[in-house]
Design a protein. Structure first.
Length: 188
């Protein structure tokens, strides 16, 4: 396949080509998604160099595990972002454990402000903020603590003074509401 053909390939085709050792395929996927992934990584890790390392590591992992991608389970974009989120949470938990040993009462880092992030992500960011604002305060709080700060359900319960079951039910309700909103937007 020529570079021009590869550039026109779908994400799924690119992952298939990656599994066969095609370096141009991962280069194109990187061009397509590195900006988005960097913005998400910055939300989690806040330090640019740590976020860059994370994005690099996720693409390296995708390269090594391209043969394990299952198109029926979701899009390539989702596959990459789930890997990114998982690795970011691993790093946050590791850093949190280290901080807790060193000192008590460490505060969570504040999420990045929009001015610190990739300006190309602003349409997506506005859509996400609109969706999050449609949630109740309790639902939004549990999602933000889980997804942006990497806390477990029990940690969220402790932080908010709620039983774990309440945290889980609010998370489930919030995710269901977001799914419904996204479904409505996708069909219009």
């Amino acid at each position: 396949m020529t570079r021009a053909d590869t550039e026109q390939a779908s994400d799924t085709q690119l992952v298939q080509q990656m599994s066969q050792g095609d370096q141009a395929a991962i280069s194109i996927l990187y061009d397509r998604y590195s900006g988005l992934m960097m913005g998400v990584a910055l939300r989690f890790l806040t330090e640019r160099s740590a976020a860059e390392d994370l994005v690099h590591d996720v693409f390296l992992e995708a390269w090594k595990n391209a043969d394990r991608f299952e198109a029926g389970r979701g899009s390539v974009k989702t596959w990459l972002l789930v890997r990114l989120r998982s690795r970011a949470l691993d790093r946050l938990r590791s850093a949190s454990r280290t901080r807790r040993v060193a000192t008590d009462g460490v505060n969570l880092p504040e999420p990045r402000t929009a001015s610190d992030e990739d300006p190309g992500l602003s349409p997506d960011r506005r859509a996400i903020h609109a969706l999050l604002s449609s949630l109740s305060d309790g639902q939004r709080a549990v999602l933000e603590l889980a997804y942006f700060h990497g806390l477990s359900s029990s940690e969220i319960g402790s932080k908010l003074g709620l039983p774990v079951g309440t945290v889980k039910s609010r998370t489930s309700a919030a995710l269901g509401k977001l799914r419904n909103h996204l479904g409505e937007r996708g069909s219009s």
